[in-house]
Design a protein around this ligand. Structure first.
Ligand code: OOG
Ligand code: NI
Length: 465
């Protein structure tokens, strides 16, 4: 078969993301409600801010926003993670970043599978925060062995899905019919199963060790546990969630409300209590319940340079040293006030962020700049003369402290446990069968490429800084 009859990986990813969204809307109706609210607020925000709309249009980002979402899954074994990597690769999604959640009392470590090129991201930025359970952090050896045995016996991928991954790898792509089958087959892995693969007794023991372990080990597959639309105004959605019958968690994770959004702000609503059945020894089913799936929204801001990120981390640590957000939300207002106060130290104009070297930007020629191509000027002079403009590059990744907050609000307050901080990126990468990409290198690359496009106007020696 000729390569040009293959479906693009971006199209497969878009189709998969749409199929997953439809499935989740069916399974968790509150997700549908949240999607409509986000769409409404995004429309209102764009109507009130024509400049934002123009810039999003100009940078090919407007269309992606209504389609934009991330999901999260939790896997049980290295084999599952390595196969999942191959599945995502067929959709043009690659592991970016390493997140150690053990420090936050959650026995997993994670990466985000996502598209990486500017073009793929503008087509569809669908990403999946993917965690691998760390049984090595569970103290009870007998339970650890039992959990490992259950995980070893389950198959989370259909044979057809595996066959299609192998075919895509062998042939370098999938044709239309195979791509459609691939989407349907892979969706099965993410589906909710209300019949557990363990007994009620074992579920309880797993749950007592850590709720997250029960969630990963007890079921047939790694059900998608949330799907998160992107909003342009998270404060507004948070404020309006109760009107729609949804109760958000007490605080928005991440940076405070700002004129120029940085990184990522997220909030979620609590996991639903769902009816499940456990398998009894005589093969009959015993009724019970499990909380796993929740809803989340996010607002994305500019990607920060290592210098910007270090400043963000320091300010967040300072804030949390002043006020530690309580899980019950009792000091939410105090925390928000402290956050806003401490973050005054972070410049809040695009040019201020750019000049201080804190954020990544995409440069382009203005109409005026296009007309005078050939002139030599350094970058700052060209910007001042209105020849070159810049737009923030969107942060496409996640934040470990925020992720821990999201995990915890859904695991319940009693779930906080201390593990010895033990990041192990080497083990994670070995289990996955690939190394993770460095997010900073990726943003720097986009910025550099945009500067090169302006070549001829700017003095590249100055611009390449
Ligand atoms: C993943 C939580 C992390 C985020 O948006 O930071 C996450 C999980 O609960 O499995 O999705
Ligand atoms: Ni999330």
């Amino acid at each position: 078969m000729k390569a040009n009859s293959y479906i693009s990986v971006d199209k497969i990813r878009s189709d998969f993301s749409a199929a997953m969204s439809a499935m989740y809307r069916d399974e968790v109706p509150a997700y549908g409600t949240l999607m409509s609210l986000v769409a409404k607020v995004n429309d209102e925000t764009l109507a009130a801010d024509p400049h934002l709309k123009t810039r999003l249009e100009a940078t090919d980002s407007l269309e992606r926003i209504s389609e934009e979402r991330h999901g999260a899954i939790r896997l049980g074994t290295p084999e599952e993670l390595s196969m999942m990597r191959r599945v995502f690769a067929v959709m043009g999604m690659f592991p970016v970043g390493y997140y150690d959640l053990s420090t936050a009392g959650v026995p997993v470590h994670s990466t985000a599978f996502r598209p990486v090129g500017a073009e793929s991201l503008s087509r569809n930025p669908f990403r999946v925060f993917t965690s691998l359970l760390r049984l090595d952090l569970i103290a009870d050896e007998a339970l650890r062995a039992e959990a490992a045995a259950v995980l070893a016996g389950r198959k989370i991928f259909t044979s057809a899905a595996i066959a299609l991954v192998e075919k895509a790898e062998r042939d370098g792509g999938l044709d239309r019919a195979d791509a459609a089958r691939f989407v349907t087959e892979v969706l099965e892995t993410f589906r909710w199963h209300d019949h557990a693969i363990v007994s009620a007794d074992m579920y309880k023991r797993l749950h007592d060790a850590h709720r997250l372990i029960a969630d990963v080990v007890s079921f047939k597959g790694p059900h998608i546990n949330h799907l998160t639309p992107r909003t342009l105004d998270i404060d507004k959605v948070q404020a309006r969630m109760p009107e729609e019958g949804i109760a958000p968690k007490a605080i928005v994770e991440g940076p405070p409300t700002r004129t120029c959004p940085i990184l990522l702000r997220q909030t979620s609503f609590k996991a639903l209590e769902e009816a499940v059945s456990f398998i009894a020894e005589d093969g009959s089913w015993q009724k019970g319940s499990h909380t796993a799936r929740f809803g989340e929204i996010e607002q994305r801001g500019v990607a920060l340079t290592p210098k910007g990120r270090a400043l963000y981390d320091r300010l967040l640590t300072d804030t949390r040293a002043r006020v530690r957000p309580a899980a019950d939300g009792s000091n939410a207002a105090e925390y928000e006030a402290a956050l806003a106060d401490v973050f005054k130290a972070f410049p809040d104009t695009w040019d201020g962020i750019r000049k201080a070297g804190l954020g990544y930007f995409r440069y382009s020629l203005t109409e005026k700049g296009k007309a005078v191509t050939g002139r030599n000027a350094d970058l700052e002079t060209a910007i001042e003369a209105g020849l070159i403009q810049f737009d923030p590059i969107v942060y496409e990744d996640f934040l470990p402290v925020s992720a821990a907050g999201i995990f915890q609000s859904n695991l319940g307050d009693d779930a906080t446990q201390d593990f010895v901080a033990s990041p192990n990126q080497v083990m994670f990468e070995r289990d996955m069968g690939a190394t993770v990409l460095d997010e900073f290198a990726h943003y720097a690359g986009i910025q550099r490429a945009s500067l090169e496009m302006c070549l001829g106007i700017v003095n590249m020696a100055a611009a390449a800084e």
